[in-house]
Design a protein around this ligand. Sequence first.
Ligand SMILES: Nc1ncnc2c1ncn2[C@@H]1O[C@H](COP(=O)(O)OS(=O)(=O)O)[C@@H](OP(=O)(O)O)[C@H]1O
Ligand SMILES: Nc1ncnc2c1ncn2[C@@H]1O[C@H](COP(=O)(O)OP(=O)(O)O)[C@@H](O)[C@H]1O
Length: 294
Amino acid sequence: MNVVKAAPPSICGFKPRDVESGPPATATAAAKLGFVKVNESNEIKSLGLSCGVDVGSRGLRPIKAMEDQTVSVKTDRSAINGKNLRQMSTAGNSTNIVWHKCAVEKLDRQRLLQQKGCVIWITGLSGSGKSTVACALSQGLHLRGKLTYILDGDNVRHGLNRDLGFNAEDRAENIRRIAEVAKLFADAGIICIASLISPYRKDRDACRALFPEGDFIEVFMDVPLNICENRDPKGLYKLARAGKIKGFTGVDDPYEPPLNCEIVLQQKGRDCVSPSSMAETVISYLEEKGYLQA
Ligand SMILES: Nc1ncnc2c1ncn2[C@@H]1O[C@H](COP(=O)(O)OS(=O)(=O)O)[C@@H](OP(=O)(O)O)[C@H]1O
Ligand SMILES: Nc1ncnc2c1ncn2[C@@H]1O[C@H](COP(=O)(O)OP(=O)(O)O)[C@@H](O)[C@H]1O
């Protein structure tokens, strides 16, 4: 039997950081919580007063604090003998980085929230109603007890993306960063609603590629330019027509409508479809695809 000696346990074996980072997934991690013995049959024997979490099954069950209790924990031997060094990887400009896995995973969070994490990507011209539908959708889901978060292009440009402008390269980076943030939200189990013009097909397709099949739900606000321009709530079309804003989408910059998106919300002619009925269309889709349950 190998004896792994670690720092003596605090009152309950957890330090605040251990609580934040979740329960131990391996014998090594468990050892950090106190004195433990690891035997050949993958059992950890607690030697001191400690409490832990049974990670042997997918559902996490807290273990009561008891003295000299033996708990079965699935240990990853490669984590103990250092074989996991093979998982070193390179991502972008970062080299020698290792993905750190936690025992509490997306499925656990989804079970807690009783929903599935995903991104609803709303694309369309300025003034087409993206932000309005995003809010109506968030409200509609909130009323059903579902957790959402909106990433609005305008708003994110006030902080995270304040260094970016509107040339094609900056728009691509704006969209890429928002997609990466949306991916984190979806991993948290949250229904993330991204509303931004995202005018280029290739940029939207690159976002889609970041997500598992089905989790990127593209919604096209199919509203003709003349309606958007008549609305002009911020007076930007007027400024663009007057030549005071250069490279304005739909005026002197392109917008490429989606070819194969999941949902089209159309506003044509005199018939006015309300934002809440548009939101209901999206909610029905989520219900049908099983996103509103774990
Ligand atoms: N040149 C130009 N073209 C288009 N839009 C412009 C421009 N300059 C400023 N704005 C305002 O910025 C909002 C669009 O930001 P996004 O982050 O959604 O744009 S993009 O996806 O990066 O293309 C957009 O907000 P919405 O009207 O809500 O779409 C505009 O208010
Ligand atoms: N379904 C709708 N019917 C009528 N007007 C709408 C609808 N959706 C949005 N609007 C109005 O259109 C304008 C632009 O909406 P907004 O959500 O700001 O668009 P975007 O975010 O695409 O720029 C706002 O004045 C809003 O009240």
